[in-house]
Design a protein around this ligand. Structure first.
Ligand SMILES: CC(C)(COP(=O)(O)OP(=O)(O)OC[C@H]1O[C@@H](n2cnc3c(N)ncnc32)[C@H](O)[C@@H]1OP(=O)(O)O)[C@@H](O)C(=O)NCCC(=O)NCCS
Length: 164
């Protein structure tokens, strides 16, 4: 049995964490949709952070999509998942996703989705790939603001789902 090298906890984010979350998302801008400080502050109650010592070493959040499928058993999208590079492969990302799923489960969703460049990570957490056509609404609301690729259907990001 291997022992994790890094000691960390996950907890709900506080307003005081917003600047560090902003920096972490910006550092991973090639993989993540950008967020302004204002957006992070407005949505701070949905963020979970991983803390090691006094450092924020990871973050993740979610958004409810009642417009996809059944409004009473909504789809929840996992967003802005990032772990600082020196802390990776220590279970920090996994703990963040488990914490976000536990938090969002309070609304009784039917599934969790993610659009990601890290499919192996999400596969290890029980997500499976789905065609992007299953998340059309997300593509035409979120992806439309992305300047990295001309067309969301040729973008190499992979759509994945974990059903509850
Ligand atoms: C993806 C990311 C969040 C993973 O964080 P992490 O803390 O390293 O993840 P974990 O240590 O919890 O990994 C859990 C499992 O996922 C899989 N995994 C994680 N990173 C992987 C990688 N780069 N390649 C293959 N498998 C990987 C492994 O099975 C791993 O278990 P193991 O280390 O025991 O083999 C991190 O690499 C990151 O911040 N990447 C940049 C931003 C990004 O791509 N975010 C996802 C977009 S939604």
């Amino acid at each position: 049995m291997s022992e994790n090298k890094v000691k960390f906890i996950t907890r709900s984010a506080k307003l005081v964490d917003a600047e560090k979350i902003f920096a972490l998302i910006h550092l991973n801008r090639d993989q993540l949709v950008p967020r302004s400080m204002g957006n992070i502050v407005e949505n701070i109650d949905r963020f979970t952070v991983a803390v090691s010592g006094s450092d924020i070493v990871g973050c993740a959040t979610y958004q409810i999509h009642p417009e996809i499928g059944d409004a009473e058993a909504a789809t929840v999208e996992i967003q802005s998942v990032a772990v600082r590079a020196p802390y990776r492969r220590n279970g920090v990302g996994k703990a963040l996703i488990e914490a976000v799923i536990a938090k969002a489960s309070a609304v009784d969703p039917k599934e969790f989705i993610v659009l990601t460049f890290a499919p192996e990570f999400f596969t290890s957490l029980g997500f499976v790939e789905i065609p992007k056509t299953k998340v059309m609404h997300k593509l035409y609301t979120g992806c439309i603001n992305c300047t990295k690729h001309k067309n969301p259907f040729t973008c190499p990001e992979i759509a994945m789902v974990r059903r509850v």
